[in-house]
Write a protein that binds this ligand. Structure first.
Ligand SMILES: *Cc1c(COP(=O)(O)O)cnc(C)c1O
Length: 967
């Protein structure tokens, strides 16, 4: 606090702030840091860091990054980059379409920190708003696909199809290892399926004609994938084929389009077993490929093996309906060695947007949008026929036409481009044209003019509109209703929609209200200036498969970001393609596997993983066909080097890799990490360093320097992409020199690679990359280093101040933690029956999101404050924890019963507190306002504690029959 007026600034240079770093990203200022260091007992930040980070791993030299600039300057620089993307009219289709994001959703969801800074809804009570939006999403997908159950999002359509393949393989009776793909599936989907099938020794048979299809169906296979409507637009009746598939005890997987399904007979009505697709055209810009919410729906029998998250309805402590993540506290499919999928971070924010789009438009509105698209498509088709370009395949279509343009193809595509239009060239001699919500009469006329010979008379829209108004076959026109639930039929005026969105976000706790001290998840500031560029048309409105010369801005963004991240990690090469950390793990392990294969060492298939690892580690290893062997941790939470050595020796000839997390998931810098890497290398194995904890390393140490061979980063943790309520994420895979050739390629986008695509789009969730770019650009080397140091300072401050109340379980050599600390609550189970979960729920009454619960150690809380939290906020949290310790003491002393106390009854709803009879042994004031400051800023939990067991026994995963708003 300033005691006198601000001092005059002497130099013009510092007034101009040229290159000077204003640390707005960082919570504590120098005075606060001094107070915190005193509490920790360290004379300076440097002294603390010296004690925490082992000298053996310290960086050889500082990161070589451009000097930091202000928000305004960084935005201006990025604008120049964005302007190098050319925004042409896209009729490319292939899974990506123009869409109009309603302003009320754009501003109040996509651009609203109440939505984008929220965490995954593991703490059900403070996540009711986003879970209602997600259950709307699930209901929407079920209704439109005609399936009984759908999850709350997948990473993209291609990986969803690949997950459908493995879901089918473990669910059907057929013993075959072959999956049949109809050739007219989106090419990127075929490519990702091929990548995923290979390490699992599944055979992918792509058929390209009716004859090949019939021959394939006559043979052996465990699943068949159909695109409906096909990638090139035609629509067929697959009912008989599905019967043939079922006759072989195989699964019918259908990739589809939600907008088309408002008019088409849904796959669920003709027997599909698994339905996947992308909800992008429900209000999410194309964004060069992502983020978008893909989806997966399946038959009821498969629901317990469905990957991804599933929101279900349960009841709270007062018997009222409440939402929760079903079948899991963590993802139920990530059962470590028995994992069936590694998906963790998904696409929650895009799923919320798609669901809101459906809520806003309602069934009538969606149908109108689809009818308009279908009608323009029919008109366009008729006009093109008049110009001499007939449609391929029996003339069916929803939004996409495929024309046999023969040797005129190249010229037509070029001519289109010269008029600002992108058309898709397919199989050399064909052109596909996809219309969408944004298409207009003028667009139809423009396309005709491209195809018309010079001087030829153009058809007229009116004339071409005479006759049938769509090309959807009569027999496949939808007769069943959809989106009949009140939520899709109520909020159609903008005022109603605005208030619905607000009512949901008001129920939730996100970073815009209080710190979210989640260990391993790094809930740091997502600065507004970092978010602003993502909706710039230069980034948002480009198609991922537009020609490379139109994507120069993205190419530059990609190259710069990769260069900077190489500096941060010490690695030689990076791919930004993976859509989440789990996908980065997968890509990294594929690289290791491919490397061994290239050396004639395909027998190397053992992956050692310490017991404290995140569940995605063994899950990813499993998907790459590696055999996971779990190794021990010692009493200090470190990797037990002796045990690891023994395993390395035992498996020496077959060792593929070791996966470690650094600093460890126990929140300590192990001093022996270098020796560990050397040990693994001496046995011919590679070291995978899970980069989720990079927030403790950036600027101080680099995995690529201390012995790691591969890491993934979580840009949605360390590099400021918001968690969005559980996605989107970006999980770059980073490798040392000799593994660079094994980074994922993307043949569909013309990017060669020895390893195939791992995401639908070549740059994955491209549209959120500007966030991390802005962060690094504004922070520079000094800012990033100070951020890391402050993250460590903040964690050590919390650990030190809470030590007398909740001891920290693990510490490093000198008694300090890294950037997070595990608070040990295990003793309270015996002393008074209080569990870590009770403390987590009681924190809600104090206005906080709980720390990470019971990971990696059961019945503990892992706290990661991040550098962005100020001393004020840290103290608020510490005060809450100390007050809770006092409440625990009262139970221990017998002043409050074990089963009826503020912890067991938490969180307290306003309704429960206002009940006429208050029967508890503590006051209403003590329940609601245990600290005086809460009287000024009180968060009220909308529901009481949610019953997990009830929800799983009575699995119900779509909108509750009456409007579930207040239960
Ligand atoms: C978050 C996390 C992951 C998985 O990352 P996602 O982006 O959620 O897929 C892997 N390992 C650790 C240690 C993590 O904290």
């Amino acid at each position: 606090m300033l005691m006198s007026p601000p001092a005059p600034v002497a130099s013009l240079e510092s007034l101009e702030n040229s290159g000077e770093f204003i640390p707005r990203h960082i919570g504590p200022d120098a005075d606060d840091a001094a107070k915190m260091l005193a509490a920790i007992g360290q004379p300076s930040l440097d002294a603390l860091i010296d004690k925490v980070v082992p000298a053996s791993i310290a960086r050889a030299r500082p990161m070589d990054l451009p000097a930091p600039v202000t928000e305004a300057a960084a935005l201006a620089e990025l604008k120049t980059i964005a302007s190098k993307n050319q925004v042409l009219k896209s009729f490319l289709g292939q899974g990506y379409y123009g869409t109009l994001t309603p302003g009320v959703i754009l501003r109040n969801v996509l651009e609203n920190p109440a939505w984008y800074t929220a965490y995954t809804p593991y703490q059900a009570e403070i996540s009711q708003g986003r879970m209602e939006a997600l259950i709307n999403f699930q209901t929407m997908v079920c209704d439109l696909t005609g399936m009984p159950i759908a999850n709350a999002s997948m990473l993209d359509e291609a990986t969803a199809a690949a997950e459908a393949m493995t879901l089918a393989r473990r669910s059907v009776k057929s013993k075959s290892h072959r999956i049949v793909l109809t050739g007219d599936v989106h090419p990127q989907t075929i490519e990702v399926i091929q990548t995923r099938a290979k390490p699992l020794a599944l055979e992918v048979l792509v058929v390209n004609s009716k004859e090949e299809w019939e021959a394939a169906l006559a043979g052996d296979f465990f699943a068949a994938l159909i695109q409906y409507p096909a990638s090139s637009g035609w629509i067929a009746d697959w009912k008989a084929d599905v019967e043939a598939i079922h006759a072989k005890h195989a699964a019918a997987i259908v990739a589809t389009d939600l907008l088309a399904l408002t008019l088409l007979t849904p796959p669920g009505e003709w027997g599909a077993d698994i339905v996947v697709g992308n909800s992008q055209r429900f209000g999410m810009p194309m964004g060069a490929g992502g983020p978008h919410a893909a989806f997966m729906a399946c038959r009821d029998e498969y629901k317990r093996s469905l990957p991804g998250r599933l929101v279900g309805v349960s009841v709270d402590a007062h018997g009222k309906p409440a939402y929760r993540l079903a079948l899991q506290t963590r993802e139920q499919h990530i059962r470590r060695e028995k994992a069936t999928s590694n998906i963790c971070t998904a696409q929650v924010l895009p799923a919320v947007i798609a669901s809101m789009y459906a809520v806003y438009h309602g069934p009538q509105g969606l149908s109108r949008i689809a009818q308009r698209v279908a009608r323009f498509t029919a008109i366009l088709s008729r006009g093109l026929a008049q110009l001499g370009f007939g449609q391929r395949h029996h003339g069916t279509a929803f939004d996409t036409l495929c024309l046999h343009t023969q040797d005129a193809t190249d010229a037509l595509v070029a001519r289109a481009r010269s008029r600002g239009v992108n058309l898709r060239q397919a199989w050399k001699e064909y052109i596909c044209i996809s219309l969408d919500e944004t298409s207009t009469r003028a667009d139809v006329e423009l396309i005709w003019s491209i195809f018309a010979k010079d001087g030829a008379e153009l058809p007229s829209v009116e004339a071409m509109d005479e006759g049938p108004t769509s090309l959807i076959p009569e027999s496949l026109q939808r007769s069943s209703r959809y989106l009949a639930h009140p939520v899709f039929n109520t909020h159609h005026s903008e005022t109603a929609m605005l208030r619905y969105i607000r009512s949901l976000s008001d129920k939730d706790l996100a970073l815009d209200r209080s710190m979210i001290p989640l260990g391993s998840c790094t809930m740091k500031l997502n600065a507004t200036s970092e978010m602003i560029p993502i909706t710039w048309p230069g980034f948002a409105d480009v198609h991922p498969f537009a020609p490379a010369d139109q994507l120069q801005g993205y190419a530059e963004l990609d190259a710069q970001l990769r260069r900077w991240l190489c500096q941060a990690t010490g690695y030689a090469g990076i791919s930004l393609q993976p859509n989440a950390g789990s996908q980065g793990e997968y890509a990294g392990l594929l690289a290791i596997k491919a490397f061994h294969d290239s050396k004639g060492q395909s027998h190397r298939n053992i992956c050692l993983i310490p017991s404290s690892a995140h569940g995605t580690n063994p899950a990813s290893a499993h998907m790459v066909g590696l055999k996971v062997v779990v190794t021990k941790c010692d009493d200090n939470g470190n990797v037990d080097l002796d045990d690891l050595r023994a395993h390395c020796e035992k498996h020496s000839a077959h060792l593929a890799c070791v996966m470690i997390t650094y600093p460890s998931t126990h929140g300590v810098f192990e001093t022996q990490v270098k020796q560990l890497c050397e040990l693994v290398h001496s046995h011919g194995g590679r070291v995978y360093v899970d980069g989720a904890n990079m927030n403790a390393l950036v600027g101080l140490a680099a995995p690529g320097e201390f012995g790691g061979d591969v890491s993934h980063l979580n840009l949605h943790k360390t590099f400021c992409i918001p968690h969005g309520g559980g996605g989107p994420g970006v999980g770059p895979v980073c490798v040392v020199e000799d593994l660079v050739p094994f980074l994922p390629g993307h043949a569909t986008a013309g990017i060669a690679g020895r390893v195939g695509a791992v995401s639908a789009a070549p740059l994955g969730n491209a549209a959120v990359l500007p966030i991390s770019w802005m962060y690094i650009r504004m922070m520079g080397e000094p800012g990033l280093k100070l951020a890391t140091e402050t993250a460590i300072l903040n964690a050590n401050y919390i650990s030190a101040r809470l030590q007398p109340h909740f001891p920290t379980l693990y510490a490093g050599e000198h008694g300090h933690v890294a950037h997070e600390c595990i608070l040990d609550l295990r003793q309270f189970k015996d002393s008074c029956g209080v569990m870590a979960e009770d403390v987590a729920k009681r924190l809600i009454d104090y206005g906080f999101h709980a720390p990470t619960l019971s990971f990696p150690v059961p019945n503990t809380l892992m706290v990661e404050p991040t550098e962005s939290e100020s001393l004020y906020e840290l103290d608020r949290f510490i005060d809450a924890m100390i007050a809770i310790r006092g409440e625990i003491a009262a139970i221990e002393a017998g002043a409050l019963p074990r089963d009826d106390n503020p912890l067991k009854n938490a969180p307290h709803t306003a309704q429960a507190l206002l009940a006429a009879d208050w029967t508890h042994g503590y006051s209403r004031e003590a329940a609601a306002y245990p600290l005086p400051a809460l009287r000024h800023t009180k968060y009220w939990s909308p529901v009481g504690r949610v019953d997990n067991v009830y929800g799983d026994r009575n699995l119900f995963c779509s909108c509750v029959p009456m409007d579930g708003n207040e239960g």
